[in-house]
Design a binder for this molecule. Sequence first.
Ligand code: ATP
Ligand code: GLN
Length: 145
Amino acid sequence: DDRDSHAPGAGYVPQSDFYKIEAIVRPWRLQHVASALIKMGIRGVTVYDVRGFGAQGGARERYAGSEFTEDSFVQKVKLEIVVSQDQVEAVLATVIENARTGEIGDGKVFISPVSDVVRVRTGERGLKAERMAGGRAEILGVVEK
Ligand code: ATP
Ligand code: GLN
């Protein structure tokens, strides 16, 4: 079991400058999560309405002795947030804190490396494209100008 390599602060595999945090949460928690993210300086978020099933299941149907889910998945919301590596844990903690009820169906978070970020308006790449006006880096005063 290599879970220890994914412990908080242990670094992410593979190594990258940017990561995408995909958080699947309960729809009625979206506003809590979003306002907490804005408060911490997260300015770029993409939201999707999604449907799925996990431990919470959808509606289930028995067929030949086994359970199959029919097409009545549970409605969820997915937030996609691309941030620089040093911001991942803070965003993750904020998502958990604001999405969690403790009941089955609270959701899941996936973290994956992002190769590059491009700002369409200017053609900027990398850190220049990822940094946003009024964003977390600026708030924390770690922006090199
Ligand atoms: P500009 O500086 O030209 O406004 P921008 O990169 O800030 O460019 P926006 O117009 O603010 O781009 O964002 C366009 C859309 O891209 C947003 O509505 C959002 O869905 C998505 N987005 C932007 N930044 C991120 C990010 N870091 N993570 C996830 N989604 C993002
Ligand atoms: N990392 C960016 C910044 O510090 C913010 C990214 C985001 O809001 N998703 O400006």
